[in-house]
Unconditional design. Structure first.
Length: 322
């Protein structure tokens, strides 16, 4: 055999071995479906697609994002709960589905703790308090004084009643001892439109929604809910810096149905953990104004436990009824 053919044969055998290895290690059960309980284009959907793109080569099977909007994400949870053990399905969910809904709905059609296994916590997001430019304040302390002086105008909008921004707004009102009437909207878009137009003076929403319009000068964000200032807008103070001892965040986390074999859930958790360590993944999260999180399955379970302990008293005390 000619010596110049040997490197080519070796390279071919190496590629074949890699392909065979990838095939042998492919996730059993076919494509992985990531179910998102919201429409395409939203924040949770973006997270699912960023992670899904990176997961596909690691798992050796197609990764498909399935948008199943309805009932604030609860329809998606009901569907994933009923998944047969042999199917590869994950749900990407936020606290509205896995923490708030179980507290306020008598029959969700699922048990958030019994019917699901936490797989991987992948990002955090903050809440923001924003005001219309028609409101003559530029600091939180001034806003609180304005709300006390104008109780008939002290209304705040939220993207949905029963959402975390809703309960965070109630937390602020209680902590600051200011009156506030909640106005629920059908999504962040209509809320932002009314805030920019001055139809609602104050809004609580996620920071990524408000920041672009704040930077454009169309609204004013007065405070963010993190423990420290956001790296995306270090000029905006936290609630704690502004005199109110409030710290809160939301998250997106992958869950498997309890029917999934444990070894498969563990493998998926490890694969997502690797994806979240990738610098390109982290860059894409930050470009979307979201904070990436690298978390093991045990750390994810501990986060959920602590989060439920923090928010359950707030939701229950509010007396909110859907």
């Amino acid at each position: 055999m000619s010596s110049h053919l040997i490197p080519r044969i070796a390279a071919t055998l190496t590629l074949a071995a890699v392909a065979l290895g990838a095939h042998a290690q492919a996730l059993e059960g076919g494509p992985l479906h990531i179910v998102v309980g919201y429409a395409a284009g939203g924040a949770t959907d973006r997270v699912a697609r960023i992670v899904g793109d990176k997961l596909q080569p690691k798992l050796g099977v197609p990764v498909i994002v399935d948008n199943k909007p309805g009932a604030g994400g609860r329809l998606a949870a009901q569907q994933v709960k009923a998944t047969p053990a042999g199917q590869n399905v994950l749900m990407l969910a936020n606290p509205a589905v896995m923490v708030v809904a179980p507290l306020v709905f008598k029959d969700n059609g699922y048990d958030a703790e019994r019917d699901f296994v936490p797989v991987s916590h992948v990002n955090d997001y903050e809440f923001a308090l924003a005001v219309s430019t028609a409101v003559p304040v530029r600091e939180l302390s001034h806003l609180l004084a304005w709300m006390r002086a104008n109780p008939e105008k002290a209304n705040f909008g939220v993207p949905a009643t029963g959402s975390l921004p809703h309960f965070f707004g109630l937390m602020m009102g209680e902590k600051a001892k200011v009156p506030a009437q909640v106005i629920g909207y059908r999504g962040s878009g209509p809320l932002l439109t009314d805030l920019m137009g001055g139809q609602v003076p104050i809004a609580f929403d996620t920071f990524d929604v408000d920041l672009p319009q704040h930077q454009a000068g169309k609204i004013r964000v007065l405070a963010v809910s993190g423990a420290k200032r956001s790296s995306f807008a270090p000029d905006i103070p936290t609630f704690k810096e502004s005199g109110l001892d409030l710290v809160a965040t939301g998250w997106n986390t992958f869950f498997a149905p309890a029917t999934m074999p444990r070894d498969k859930a563990v493998r998926l958790s490890k694969a997502i953990h690797e994806v979240m360590q990738d610098p390109d993944t982290q860059r894409r999260f930050k470009d979307a104004l979201m904070t990436p999180v690298v978390s093991t399955q045990d750390q994810t379970a501990a986060m959920l436990k602590a989060y439920r302990a923090q928010w359950a008293p707030v939701v229950q005390k509010s007396g909110y009824q859907p």
